[in-house]
Design a protein around this ligand. Structure first.
Ligand code: MG
Length: 282
């Protein structure tokens, strides 16, 4: 279990991360930073190694088939609903030319490191999203890349995917975290190779230019366990910085993050939530 992690067995040095940074320094056996700003409104530094980790919860077995009004984004056959993209913190997503280069086989898609992110062709405001994924079983490469991916709502707001089995990370970088802002309420992850599921209920921010009329909120189940409970987002996801809102469109793509790790995905679908169809009313 996570609590039995023996940090001393981890390699002493790691390669540069996808962000061009070296791996986080460690404090009390946990990687993280204390030279970062405080998370706005909180007592913790961004990626604070001293921030308490949540309890471990072993999830039950649950698989969610799409309901009748779901927009199918990936049914295991092809990437026809996706475009190659680059997610840039905190400004969002840039669509790139050409077809997406991730591998599709045996009913799943698999990240091909170095080929960029994937973005949905369709754009969303308030949305329910179901995503199933499996962490790779290989443990090669940089520790901070291991099983690292994420679901970016509107190409900006990440729900973190990360393999922390025998590989601890700062609490706001754990699987199910609102990365850099809020740790999950519980660690409910499954082991590498096992299929897992996120059910995400995202309320988009209401903006007037760069003025926030109403912040974004996210509610997230990981393997049926509540890990974010109508959590108020502090702004688009950023690394080693304090989040703040920027002007953005009312709707934007869902992005799957390519963080140099061959995470697999299957059974991805979405449902538009009513409020986004009546802008200004919520
Ligand atoms: Mg990530």
């Amino acid at each position: 279990m996570l609590k039995t992690i023996t940090v001393g067995l981890l390699p002493a040095a790691f390669a540069a991360t996808a962000f061009g940074q070296t791996a986080p320094p460690r404090a009390n056996g946990v990687p993280g930073y204390t030279d970062t700003p405080l998370v706005p409104g909180q007592q913790w530094h961004v990626h604070d190694p001293a921030r308490p980790h949540p309890p471990v919860v072993t999830p039950g077995v649950s698989i969610a088939s799409p309901p009748s009004d779901a927009i199918i984004l990936f049914d295991g056959k092809d990437l026809s609903h996706w475009l190659p993209a680059t997610q840039t913190m905190p400004t969002g997503v840039t669509i790139r030319p050409g077809p997406p280069a991730w591998k599709v086989e045996n009913g799943y898609m698999e990240i091909v490191p170095g080929t960029g992110d994937l973005a949905t062709k369709e754009k969303f405001g308030d949305v329910q999203v179901h995503v199933e994924f499996a962490l790779p079983t290989t443990t090669e490469g940089s520790r901070v890349d291991r099983g690292n991916s994420g679901v970016f709502l509107q190409g900006r707001y990440e729900v973190q995917i990360f393999d922390e089995w025998e590989n601890p990370i700062y609490a706001d970088g754990q699987i199910g975290a609102i990365y850099g802002q809020w740790p999950p309420l519980a660690f409910a992850g499954r082991k590498p190779g096992e299929w897992q599921a996120f059910d995400i209920f995202f309320e988009a921010p209401r903006m007037d230019g760069d003025k926030v009329l109403r912040p974004a909120y996210n509610t997230v189940l990981l393997n049926g366990v509540l890990v974010q409970n109508h959590t108020e987002l502090l702004g688009p996801t950023v690394y080693r910085a304090a989040a703040k809102y920027l002007a953005q469109p009312a709707e934007d793509a869902i992005v799957l993050q390519n963080h140099k790790s061959a995470v697999r995905f299957r059974n991805i679908w979405a449902r538009r939530l009513g409020a986004s169809e009546t802008p200004g009313k919520y």
